[in-house]
Design a protein around this ligand. Structure first.
Ligand SMILES: [Zn+2]
Length: 628
């Protein structure tokens, strides 16, 4: 833990942001006694399980068993690293963070600009502006403007979505950047330049392309998608290219248009996920403004974690060509399980073959497209239609039994992931009886087979990948849960939480180093340090000592557990702790003496006898003392 200038900023931010205000800007809170309560945004909450404690400046969801402070709340809610959460809160509180820093910051000297995330955000904003202005006014952008006009994209959409143009040159952005602070290594880090394989130097990654700006949920440009001009298409292998993965951009966790569409999910009945940039733009242009697009990757778990913050219902719009169908079927089981686990409804709309959503909407308007959207089917139903498509269950018994088995495997994996909510049980029952009818099989035997599949899956543990927490705990020893914290550590910490003034009396006997667990040692050390600084019992201050959300969670759990011990006899508690510690210290000393003597080759047997005698008499006196 460092007490550099970054610490001052953190403390300043902490004092400026109130947890009730902050959580209240995400969930509606109402007062309940000394606390505030609201619906937890991270599980399907029907009664308020999220508790916010203004006095301790902490939050806690009893169902998720998750607690923390303003920093870890924002980290979780926005999917940010600690430093980003600090920046966001500082911005919110109008506090200027002075020290240049980045995730790479360390004692190893000043940070290179290409390693500073804030520099990277700024260069992306600059580049977006360059491409955008070029599209709006530069003579060489004429083919780009024509392409967008031909597709029917309006000037309003071009402005609102910051569309741009990259001229067909090897050094356009390189040249724009010369004489500015944007050096080639910075531009390379965000994927705008590539290094030449021979002879050194750099060249532009996007050439002769209409540029789609990809922004994150906080509306910061983080990447681009580039569509090649039609007249250059013949000589280029890829119609679309995206920015590579960079410190700012990972395609599996971003969605095109989310920062604009998310406002409209509620009114639009959920999120609509399309395949292309122009599909999304045209949909928005025609008022279907709850559309986003995946970025050259299949819809995955990270996307769901992102979307889950804003909606519980998703419609996936798929192109009707064979390749599209095959792609979907390959990932459908996995998707179904993911959605079940995240408790999001998934509906699928497969477009008739040859229909491109952008052209379709531009030609027919929004109503026919909305009409099509109503034909989206539940994902399980989609699976059923896929496996039974064109199948004569009486004539082709082999394929029929394969298809029935496929449905059962899907059902098994769904429940594996989602548990047994009454809704998913009901859906399973309905699907089982449909499969039975369709394939002329007795429901009972299907049920037996389903249980067998489920047992197999459970035994092999091949359920879909587990949700990873949005904030990865630092590597090294994992932070234990409260129940795993050794009782000896817990006893010390809880007493300190109840009354920090007792640290002065504990400290001479119980050193941080004598704590059993790593987490216990860190927390106790932080308490000791704070007390030296004149800490009273500002729990938020203690929480802010740790950046790791898992540690904050542990602190909140400890604090909650203290609340049941408010009336405990603290003097007695303290005396017991000191006595236990003293005895443990003596035993360790005895063992050390014995070991040292052994190493010196003394008469071990004699020493051992001596040791036994000593410790027996010690325990006897102890026993005598206790009896009195
Ligand atoms: Zn919860």
């Amino acid at each position: 833990m460092s007490f550099g200038p970054a610490f001052d900023a953190k403390e300043q931010v902490r004092q400026a942001v109130d947890i009730v205000d902050l959580v209240g800007s995400y969930v509606q809170l109402r007062r309940q006694g000394r606390n505030f309560v609201g619906l937890c945004p991270w599980h399907d909450d029907s009664r308020p399980s999220m508790q916010v404690n203004p006095e301790r400046q902490s939050f806690k969801c009893w169902v998720c068993d998750l607690g923390g402070d303003v920093f870890s709340f924002v980290m979780k809610a926005e999917g940010l690293e600690f430093r980003e959460a600090l920046e966001l809160l500082a911005e919110r509180a109008g506090i200027q963070l002075r020290t240049p820093s980045s995730p790479f910051e360390g004692e190893s000297g000043p940070v290179r600009p290409e390693d500073d995330k804030r520099t990277l955000y700024r260069v992306m904003a600059w580049a977006e502006e360059q491409f955008h202005r070029c599209l709006l006014g530069a003579p060489e952008a004429e083919p780009g403007r024509r392409y967008l006009t031909d597709r029917g994209i309006s000037p309003e959409i071009i402005r609102k979505w910051h569309l741009g143009f990259a001229p067909d040159r090897w050094d356009w952005i390189l040249e724009r950047a010369s004489g500015t602070e944007w050096t080639p290594p910075i531009l390379e880090r965000v994927g705008l330049l590539r290094r030449k394989e021979m002879g050194g130097g750099f060249y532009d990654w996007f050439r002769g392309r209409v540029m789609f700006s990809i922004r994150d949920a906080r509306s910061r440009p983080i990447a681009f998608g580039g569509r090649v001009l039609p007249q250059l298409a013949a000589e280029r292998t890829a119609k679309y290219i995206n920015s590579p993965e960079t410190p700012l951009f990972s395609k599996s966790r971003e969605l095109y248009g989310l920062e604009i569409a998310r406002e409209n999910f509620k009114a639009g009945g959920g999120a609509i996920i399309m395949e292309g940039y122009t599909d999304v733009l045209m949909a928005h242009q025609y008022g279907i403004d709850n559309c986003v697009a995946v970025l050259g990757t299949a819809l995955g778990e990270r996307h769901l974690q992102l979307l889950r913050r804003y909606t519980e219902s998703i419609t996936l719009v798929l192109d009707g060509d064979d390749a599209g169908r095959r792609r979907t079927n390959e990932i459908l089981d996995n998707l179904l399980a993911l959605f079940e686990k995240n408790q999001i409804d998934l509906r699928i709309l497969t477009l008739p073959e040859g229909i491109d959503p952008c052209d379709f909407i531009a030609t027919h308007g929004s109503d026919p497209f909305r009409q099509m959207l109503t034909q989206a089917v539940d994902a399980l139903e989609h699976k059923f239609r896929t496996v039974t498509n064109g199948l004569d269950t009486l004539a082709d018994t082999h394929r029929a039994s394969q298809a029935a088995e496929q449905m059962l495997v899907t059902l098994a994996s769904i429940r594996q992931a989602g548990g047994a909510s009454s809704q998913s049980l009901l859906r399973e029952e309905q699907m089982l009886s449909r499969v039975a009818r369709k394939f002329h099989l007795p429901e009972e035997s299907l049920r037996t087979r389903l249980s067998a599949l489920r047992r197999e899956a459970g035994g092999r543990k091949t359920s879909p990948p587990q949700a990873r927490p949005t904030t990865d705990a630092p590597s090294g020893s994992p932070v234990p849960k409260l129940t795993d914290l050794p009782k000896s550590d817990r006893d010390v910490l809880e007493l300190v939480f109840l009354d920090p003034s007792l640290v002065a009396r504990l400290r001479p006997i119980i050193e941080p180093a004598t704590m059993t667990s790593n987490a216990g040692r860190q927390i106790y050390a932080a308490c000791c340090r704070l007390v030296e600084d004149g800490w009273q019992n500002d729990f938020g201050r203690l929480l802010a000592e740790f950046d790791d959300p898992a540690m904050k969670n542990l602190l909140v759990q400890l604090d909650e557990s203290c609340q049941t011990k408010l009336t405990a006899d603290r003097e007695r508690w303290l005396a017991d702790l000191l006595e236990t510690s003293r005895r443990r210290g003596e035993e360790t000393a005895d063992r050390k003496r014995l070991a040292a003597a052994r190493r010196q080759g003394s008469d071990a047997e004699q020493l051992l006898a001596q040791f036994c005698e000593q410790s027996k008499s010690k325990h006897l006196t102890e026993f005598e003392r206790r009896k009195k």
